[in-house]
Design a protein around this ligand. Structure first.
Ligand code: HEM
Ligand code: HEM
Length: 243
């Protein structure tokens, strides 16, 4: 498949699958809250009790889809880098390690969905989160650390970790009579919601910054010569085919 089309897999998935689901989950979440805070003097609520169940069911899918979106982006970055640098011939063990990390992260995530007991949910949530962070630290991932406050990577990673946390504490939200976990959930997922807005902005910016493959040698040269600071003419670094 064309390299430029592969790059679009992650944004396509985010826009077509993740964002619509965020809309539904937030709407149901607000309904749950509205229904819960209704006082007896308000009369019978028009909101059906099923909204809680729907929020959690679609919330589970949302966590899954955000983690898949992040894995797709990281896989694209890491695999492209391995192919470009031919890393498997210089550091095959490192390539093997990264492959195993992908498998271990996906396995921990699947087990998090299966786990019922609190301690296992905590363990698999931590392992999944650690897996994502280790994969995010690999070569080829564009982290923009010097501008972390507008970085698509840091926003995306934090949002994914918050979704995993939300999935891990579902039982605690229901069991906590004093509603402390519920408050923690609202605050953290309010932050996650802002980060998702940020992903819409930083993601489209990322799309503008990634050149099409035929433009890449020219764009590389523009960066090397710091053409954003001064006018310059560029020649691609790859040798031109003679007619
Ligand atoms: C952007 C994402 C999310 C937002 C903004 C959000 C927001 C909310 C809000 C406002 C409530 C109602 C709290 C109240 O009763 O005062 C709620 C309840 C809840 N949320 Fe979320 N949530 C999100 C994602 C998730 C996810 C991913 C899960 C788990 C998979 C989840 C699990 C729950 C549970 C278990 C409840 C309690 C439902 C009930 O009482 O029936 N939420 N959430
Ligand atoms: C749910 C929301 C999203 C999350 C959690 C997310 C997360 C990520 C992560 C962790 C990366 C890898 C780091 C990087 O290369 O910058 C990435 C890359 C990228 N994302 Fe997103 N993203 C989201 C939405 C979007 C949207 C809406 C777009 C575009 C409209 C987008 C476009 C991109 C692009 C172009 C890349 C670079 C891919 C590459 O270099 O291989 N993302 N995203």
């Amino acid at each position: 498949m064309n390299k430029d089309l592969l790059l679009l897999l992650h944004p396509l998935f985010a826009i077509a699958v993740v964002f619509p689901m965020i809309g539904i989950v937030v709407h149901r979440g607000l309904q749950v809250r509205q229904r819960r805070l209704k006082t007896p003097s308000d009369g019978k609520s028009k909101i059906p009790p099923v909204v809680g169940q729907e929020h959690v069911q679609i919330g589970r899918w949302l966590t899954g889809s955000v983690v898949v979106a992040v894995l797709l982006a990281l896989a694209h970055d890491i695999v492209s880098n391995v192919v470009e640098t031919q890393r498997w011939s210089t550091a095959p063990l490192k390539v093997l390690f990264v492959g195993l990390m992908f498998i271990a992260t996906i396995a921990s995530f699947v087990l998090l969905y299966q786990a019922k007991q609190k301690q296992w949910r905590a363990i698999f949530a931590t392992l999944t989160g650690m897996g994502l962070v280790v994969l995010g630290c690999q070569e080829g991932v564009y982290r923009k650390t010097d501008q972390w406050y507008v970085s698509h990577y840091y926003y995306g990673m934090t949002a994914a970790l918050l979704m995993i946390f939300a999935l891990a504490i579902v039982q605690s939200i229901y069991q906590d009579k004093k509603n402390h976990w519920r408050t923690v959930h609202i605050v953290l997922n309010g932050v996650a919601l802002l980060l998702f807005f940020g992903q819409g902005f930083t993601g489209t910016q990322a799309l503008l910054e990634v050149p099409l493959s035929w433009q890449e040698p020219y764009v590389q040269k523009l960066y090397e010569l710091q053409c954003e600071q001064k006018p310059c003419t560029v020649q691609p670094s790859v040798p031109q085919a003679t007619p």
